[in-house]
Structure formats: structure tokens, C-alpha cells
Design a protein around this ligand. Sequence first.
Ligand SMILES: NC(=O)c1ccc[n+]([C@@H]2O[C@H](COP(=O)([O-])OP(=O)(O)OC[C@H]3O[C@@H](n4cnc5c(N)ncnc54)[C@H](OP(=O)(O)O)[C@@H]3O)[C@@H](O)[C@H]2O)c1
Length: 219
Amino acid sequence: MRIGILGTGVVGEAIATALIEKGHEVRMGSRAAGNEKAVAWAKKAGKLATEGSFNDAAIYGDLVFLCLNGEFALDAIDSIDPSGLNGKILIDVTNPLDFTQGMPPRILEEYRHVSLGERIQQAVPNAYVVKTLNTINYSVMVNPKKVNNGKHSLFVCGNHMDAKNKVKHFLADAFGWDAESFVDLGDIKAARCSEAFVPLWVMLWQAVGSPLFSVKLVQ
Ligand SMILES: NC(=O)c1ccc[n+]([C@@H]2O[C@H](COP(=O)([O-])OP(=O)(O)OC[C@H]3O[C@@H](n4cnc5c(N)ncnc54)[C@H](OP(=O)(O)O)[C@@H]3O)[C@@H](O)[C@H]2O)c1
């Protein structure tokens, strides 16, 4: 499958690398083609890996991951020709966090009432935004068995049941997520809750002393 990864940070790189290892063709996107990190990644990752602008990666992917800096995520989306995203599933891993006031981080002012996930869905109404993976460390996203042998919870939300089901199957197949891990929170409005969970996650990281942990929903 062809996959676009929007983002050259640690998250984009971890997801892109894991997908190459599964035999997918992956294009990493950044503000401008030729980004130093993206070029270095593509060189190291081999023949299945390419790089380009955010728009290049979005058009390339049958499936697109959003691994963007939360503050500038909508600017990145605005740089894409929306027709290039029509009918595509966007897996949104991005968090709108503000670390400028110290710990714990806050949710950026503009996303305190309407989440970033919702704003992205509004910006690209003909795409299917599925918010997930944003509540765990990047290395656990692509290797859930690093924590409790994969027995922990992953929140998923989005407006389209079919898109959410496809994402669950994809994450199970590509990264080994257990079908029982997925907790469907409902439509994309629930991104208000999964994004708001992340400041707590950051404090738990401090408390635990390692990012290799997760939460598990028990009844
Ligand atoms: N670290 C984790 O374990 C973790 C876990 C869960 C969720 N997340 C979330 O995942 C997302 C990605 O995190 P990250 O640390 O990999 O990357 P990041 O440094 O937060 O963001 C990297 C991307 O943001 C783009 N960017 C920066 N400034 C921009 C601007 N002015 N306009 C447009 N785009 C801009 C960069 O573009 P260029 O490529 O052009 O530089 C780059 O592609 C974040 O929202 C983070 O909260 C992280």
C-alpha cells in the first residue's frame, strides 16, 4: 500500500520506518521537499521510501498519517490541495499541546473548546479523519507489545465507522495491535477528550519515569 506520512519528527519517522519494514511504499512529507531529515530518512529506509512536500505525501498516500506539530497542524493541512485527500483516511496522531507555561503542558488556547481533530475534519470534509495513537509514546504506537505484552487500551474516534474499522485492521496488521485494545469513543468530537488526556499522560510519564507505559480500561 502507498502511505503518506506528514511529519518529519520522531513520530513520523517511527511510523514511516515501521511501515517500510512491513513492505509498504512510504512518502514522508514536510513543509518543503528536500527537508534534511526526510532526505536522510529516505536514504536510510531504502527503495520503498521517498520524500516530498506535505502536498506530495498527501497525494501519494492511499492512507495518510498526520504526525504534525500541533500548533502548526492546520497550516500544514492548508498547504495541501484538498482534492488530493478526497475519500482518504487520515490517521491523526497530532496533539495541540503548549509547553511554554511549564509542566504540566496545557491544551493550546484555540483548541480548548473544539479539538484539533475536529478542526482538521472541518478543514478536509471529504476525507475521513480518525484520531488515534495520540495517547501513547511513539515507540509503543508501532510496537504495542513493548507494554504489558500488548494488553492495553488504544482510543479511537472519528465520524465514519467504516474508516475506523479499516484503521483498526490496519493497526493490527501493521503494528500488531490486539483487536481487544481498541476503545471506540465515538465521533470526532471525542478528540476533545483524547487530546485532553495527553497532559495527564505527560505527568504519568514523570511519575513512572519512562514513556513505555499505557492505560488499560477494565470493567
Ligand atoms: N513524541 C511522542 O511520543 C508522541 C506521542 C503521541 C503523539 N505525539 C504527537 O505527534 C505529533 C508529532 O510529534 P513529533 O515530535 O514527531 O514532531 P513535531 O516536532 O511536533 O512536528 C514535526 C512536524 O511539524 C512541522 N512543522 C513545524 N513547524 C511548522 C510550521 N510553522 N508550519 C507547518 N508545519 C510545521 C514540521 O515540518 P518540517 O518537516 O517542514 O520541519 C514537522 O514535519 C505532535 O503533535 C505530538 O504531540 C507525539
